[in-house]
Ligand binder design. Structure first.
Ligand SMILES: Nc1ncnc2c1ncn2[C@@H]1O[C@H](COP(=O)(O)OP(=O)(O)OP(=O)(O)O)[C@@H](O)[C@H]1O
Ligand SMILES: [Mg+2]
Length: 572
């Protein structure tokens, strides 16, 4: 049994307290199908989130089978099915793949039970014939069925559905309400459906009417017209507007007892037959959530599948993987000339010697500029790849992620799967950039291993920072924009092209990953090449190991931001 006692949900607006939910009390028996209706903005979603534990009540208590949820802890993720208004499946997966991944992430099945559960959930939601269909081609009604199926994998005792019928044609709407009705007939399961539609109310066991945050009716659907003195249910909303919500609320408190008695006797007259499977008590579904490694591999495998199916993303990744190093090489087509030492001049007379030294100096300028430019070009293109790798990675799937986290997904497993997926990208991109360019341009490095490590480090650091931005951003668009700005500022603020004023240099430099990768790269050149670069730049260089260390810190900062970001609640 679900019971809410004197619940308030209060926010502060312009220094005033506003009760979004005002003194709500209700009781729902097991195996019950309830509608929450009310005009837009009256607090239906807020109330549903309070029941789900997504909103925390400011006052009052919520009980589940007599257990105080605020004191004894919320229901287990496997006990609640929460279906939000938005779609919670990946467009590129099929119906069956979506349900499979929901089962793997949320349920520990014993040998042979996986297939049985999969088939049962598809059958219950009428999706068996659509199993191979990609989510992107599903109709509105079919998508809602899939959303329900994803929640049914744990066989929850409480199903909370937010507007799962909105935007559907009348026939599909009725089909979904019938399906929900059927789901409430699994013994013990309570199904709550938020809707502003007043059609099909007779399919519910009870209807709760909310008006400006107050419960103004909760009883049998057939008594609704009588209570509000209207002839058809559709007239209820205009009728509500005619009185203050406070009046409606206090009238309801007076009548509540009678209507609850009527509800109780109706429930006793038609006890819920335990058709179907018992909710959650079923031995096939264990309430224990799969461990870190299982969730990690399910997510990693799914991420690769999505990547390989997304033609546009795949093409772009391959194009930049191959194209960017080629772009670097094109600028070095003239070749890097061997560097002659100024002291090695062997001219016959002072005039010739001066001329020879001037020629060598000119060649140093050209070669030094080219070497420095090539290293910076490698670095900048890798930072661009980094932002392309991760800017949308979390922000683009935030809703699905938060829904899965609510269902029991561990944020650490999620983050670890991202690190593994992106880590592979970073290694391939950086190694290919370093090796390809080196084979053609023969950069005069004293330590190619260090050069390679620095390229790896700058790509990893920027990928990590952009992942952090992605996790902290409100939308994928915002994350992309911020990441593009971040990459855009790398070159001018690195000091590799034009030296910055001293004060600006010390203010910005610590944050510019490109500077550290470039500076470390130049320091890893052989001494002649470093001398040649010194003749063209006016910027101080740092030891390679120090640069690696700073890039390591940038990586850690990005990871920390990503961790904080994946803990946040933005969509639910
Ligand atoms: N966390 C919050 N902070 C401030 N205001 C909020 C918060 N949550 C909800 N609201 C406000 O509370 C009111 C009720 O919102 P809610 O989403 O519950 O309405 P609803 O009945 O579900 O509406 P709809 O039918 O349009 O979905 C709205 O005015 C909304 O802007
Ligand atoms: Mg709502």
């Amino acid at each position: 049994m679900l019971e809410l006692k004197d619940i308030y949900f209060t926010i502060e607006k312009n220094d005033e307290e506003v009760h979004l939910i005002n003194d709500a009390s209700l009781k729902v028996n097991s195996g019950h199908f309830m509608a929450i209706v009310g005009p837009s903005g009256c607090g239906k979603t807020t109330l549903l989130k309070l029941i789900a534990g997504l909103n925390v009540e400011s006052k009052g208590n919520i009980y589940w089978n007599g257990r105080d949820l605020s004191e004894d802890g919320d229901l287990e993720p496997s006990e609640i099915g929460y279906v939000p208004q938005f779609s919670i499946a990946y467009e590129l997966l099929t119906v069956e793949e979506s349900i499979r991944s929901a089962i793997r992430l949320r349920v520990r099945t014993r040998r042979g039970e996986f297939r049985e559960l999969l088939e049962r959930v598809m059958e219950e939601t009428g999706l068996t014939t659509l199993r191979g269909r990609p989510v992107r081609v599903l109709s509105g009604g079919q998508r809602r069925r899939l959303s329900l199926a994803l929640e049914l994998v744990t066989n929850p005792v409480l199903m909370l559905c937010d507007e799962v019928t909105s935007g559907l044609d009348p026939k599909s709407e009725q089909e979904i309400v019938k399906l929900l009705h059927q789901l409430s007939r699994s013994s013990g399961r309570i199904v709550v459906n938020v809707t502003h539609s007043l059609a099909n109310l007779d399919l519910y066991d009870s209807v709760l009417v909310l008006h400006e945050g107050r419960i103004v009716y909760h009883g049998q659907p057939r008594a609704l017209e009588h209570y509000f003195s209207v002839t058809i249910a559709e007239d209820i909303y205009p009728r509500l507007a005619k009185r203050e919500s406070e009046d409606w609320g206090s009238s309801w408190k007076k009548h509540r007892k009678d209507y609850y008695e009527a509800l109780d006797s109706a429930a006793q007259a038609t006890p819920n037959s335990s058709v179907g499977i018992s909710a959650n008590g079923d031995d096939m579904v264990s309430s224990a959530i799969p461990g870190f490694m299982v969730q990690f591999f399910v997510l990693l495998f799914r991420r690769w599948k999505l990547f390989l199916r997304d033609g546009g993303q795949l093409f772009l990744q391959i194009a930049i993987l191959l194209g960017f190093p080629m772009l670097v090489v094109i600028f070095a087509l003239d070749g890097i000339e061997p560097i002659q030492k100024l002291s090695e001049t062997i001219a016959a007379n002072p005039l010739e010697e001066a001329q020879q030294q001037a020629d060598i100096f000119k060649s140093h300028l050209k070669t030094g500029g080219l070497i420095s430019g090539l290293i910076m070009f490698q670095v900048i293109l890798l930072t661009l790849m980094a932002s392309n790798n991760s800017a949308r990675e979390i922000a683009g799937e935030r809703r699905i992620y938060e829904k899965e986290r609510f269902g029991g997904l561990s944020p650490i497993s999620y983050l670890a799967s991202k690190v593994a997926y992106l880590g592979f990208m970073v290694i391939v991109q950086s190694v290919w950039m370093a090796v390809f360019v080196q084979n053609i341009c023969h950069l005069p490095t004293a330590n190619f291993g260090m050069h390679l490590m620095l390229l790896l480090a700058v790509n990893a650091a920027m990928t990590s920072i952009c992942l952090g931005i992605s996790a902290m951003s409100k939308s994928a668009e915002q994350a992309s924009l911020l990441s593009v700005y971040l990459v855009g500022f790398q070159l001018p603020l690195s000091g590799a092209v034009l030296a910055l004023p001293a004060a600006g240099e010390w203010l910005t430099r610590p944050f510019i990953s490109a500077y550290w990768a470039w500076s470390g790269g130049v320091s890893a050149l052989n001494s002649d090449a470093r001398g040649a670069v010194d003749t063209v730049i006016d910027t101080s260089l740092q030891a390679s190991w120090l640069c690696l260390l700073i890039l390591g810190i940038h990586f850690a900062v990005g990871m920390f931001a990503a961790y904080v970001g994946v803990k946040k609640n933005r969509c639910l």
